[in-house]
Design a protein around this ligand. Structure first.
Ligand code: ADP
Ligand code: MG
Length: 373
């Protein structure tokens, strides 16, 4: 994979920069600019070397909001990156040729306003590619998507990884060749999306602790009563994993009724909301001896306040980082759950990606990375 730093001369070069500006927007204003700030090193790298930067991103449609990147243009300006906002990419052709000077930037409107983006339409990708001389991808969180701006454009112009992608790949790849003992803590929900991770890391990790709603699927497979607890959907078979000595599951749980119960002692009316105190102690022991820790997924339904064990684990992993264990954390909900702790510097690396991180860890690569080869 070629990276931005392999390019010798950027002066006057037209760069198509695929960024990840899908930030939360309320009443037309960006409410969390974390992802925009994360893109600044690559933007500054390009601007300071005289590139003409065409920034391109998607933004999700959020209830009641127009799915527009216009608020991102404002936010970029506040962060010291003035951009010309362009609603129709066809208008950008002339601007990139005549209007934009070296070191200046354009931000294009939400790419998903065009059908060709999600469908990876070849003609659309070729048109986008003709706007620039080179392609730079700094949107790791979207690299699992085979969209035109991720895999299509670099078919037509030379493609490079941005500084953020370099960081993500370098740090997440540490999990493929870790120090031991290696503890993998996996929580959250939807086993159908996380089972490939378990299968891959059974060959690498020394212990895999499975918590969150994922544990419910294990309890069920073991024949425990799980009452009204959340189960994953879809087709998967946990039977081969049930007696694997590397896999640990919670021994106790917190229920909606406010009780701490043994995992195999639930009643039909019970609903599991979190892991229990005894289980946190077991994880603590494992964290204390680990030299490498990978963590994805909250232990409980944190949106409803069940975040005690998740926060305890975050702090323990922070302590592990202090005593020089390598600690890697990621996942949209995981980061949201621990955001209040101000532990940004408490881990070796925090991934900005959700689904892309899971796919990268399970597969070792992503379509968007392959497209840069
Ligand atoms: P991430 O985004 O970090 O990868 P996931 O999306 O896999 O994490 O999972 C987060 C979701 O799992 C959250 O909505 C959380 O409430 C839910 N969850 C975790 N434990 C439970 C539980 N015991 N019951 C219901 N939902 C749970
Ligand atoms: Mg999630």
């Amino acid at each position: 994979m070629k990276t931005l730093r392999d390019i010798e001369n950027l002066q006057g070069v037209r760069v198509f920069l695929r960024a990840a500006f899908d930030v939360p927007i309320k009443n037309g204003v960006v409410v969390d600019d974390f992802r925009i700030r994360a893109a600044l090193p690559t933007i500054e790298y390009l601007r300071s070397r005289g590139a003409k930067v065409l920034m391109v991103s998607h933004v999700e449609v959020i209830q009641g909001e127009r799915a527009s990147l216009e608020p991102v243009a404002v936010a970029l300006g506040k962060l010291g990156v003035p951009v010309k906002f362009v609603k129709d990419y066809k208008k950008a052709f002339g601007m990139m040729e005549n209007e934009i000077k070296d070191g200046e930037c354009i931000l294009l409107e939400n790419l998903r306003a065009w059908e060709g983006e999600k469908g990876n339409d070849k003609k659309f990708a070729r048109e986008l590619a003709s706007l620039a001389d080179i392609y730079v991808n700094d949107a790791f969180s979207v690299c699992h998507r085979e969209h035109a701006s991720i895999v299509g454009v670099p078919q037509f112009i030379p493609g490079y990884a941005g500084l953020q992608i370099e960081q993500e790949v370098a740090n997440l790849s540490k999990a493929f060749d870790p120090a031991h003992p290696f503890l993998f803590i996996l929580g959250g929900a939807k086993f159908e999306t996380k089972l490939p991770l378990v299968n891959r890391f059974l060959g690498i990790a020394d212990t895999i602790f499975i918590g969150g709603a994922l544990a419910n699927d294990f309890f069920k497979a073991k024949g425990y009563e799980i009452g009204r607890s959340l189960l994953s959907k879809g087709d998967f078979d946990l039977a081969p994993l049930l007696n694997d000595p590397k896999i640990l599951i919670p021994v106790d749980v917190a229920t909606e009724s406010g009780e701490n119960k043994k995992a195999d002692a639930l009643a039909k009316a019970d609903k599991i909301m979190d892991i229990g105190a005894e289980s946190v102690k077991i994880i603590k022991g494992k964290i204390e001896s680990a030299k490498f820790i990978l963590w994805n997924g909250p232990m409980g339904l944190y949106e409803d306040g069940y975040r005690g064990p998740t926060l305890d684990i975050a702090k323990m992993i922070g302590d592990a980082t202090q005593r020089r264990a390598t600690t890697i954390v990621g996942g949209g909900d995981t980061i949201a759950a621990i955001a209040t702790l101000k532990l940004e510097d408490g881990f070796t690396f925090i991934s900005t990606a959700g689904g892309a991180m899971l796919d990268f860890l399970a597969e070792g690569t992503l379509p968007g990375l392959e497209a840069l080869k």
